[in-house]
Design a protein around this ligand. Sequence first.
Ligand code: ASC
Length: 150
Amino acid sequence: MKSIASFVLVAAAATLSAPASAQFAKPEDAIKYRQSTMFVMSQHFGRVAQMANGRIPFDAKAAADNAAIAEGISKLPYAAFGDGTDKGNTKAKPEIWTDNVKFMAAAEKMQGDMTRLVVATKTGNIDAIKAAVGATGGSCKACHDNFRKE
Ligand code: ASC
């Protein structure tokens, strides 16, 4: 009985952690999904960046809220770079698949920067937020330079 219960738990965990790519009916859907999530992430990160750059008034709560949303979204795009999604309406470079370890390291760097941005926004300290925005924006840019076509 105990072992059956364990098996059910393991099976449920395996289902929950199955590659999220399984959710895409066709490659175009995966491409649209990763572009959409990147776009929404840029909108929320962009609001914090605009505050850090003094282009919109600093609002500590709005900064924290937007950073938290961007951090959550930063987890989403990478399941949508599955096999067969390298062609079509995409600027993705082949290196995403041929050098996937480097690509995923760049993704994780950005995700870590997003987490540090959330921590910074919770302090409400504009200098800490500026530094974290700079680091995060640098990660966005580095990955685009290496893995996105012009
Ligand atoms: C943004 C955004 C990006 C990055 C990048 C940083 O706000 O949409 O792609 O920052 O421009 O250089």
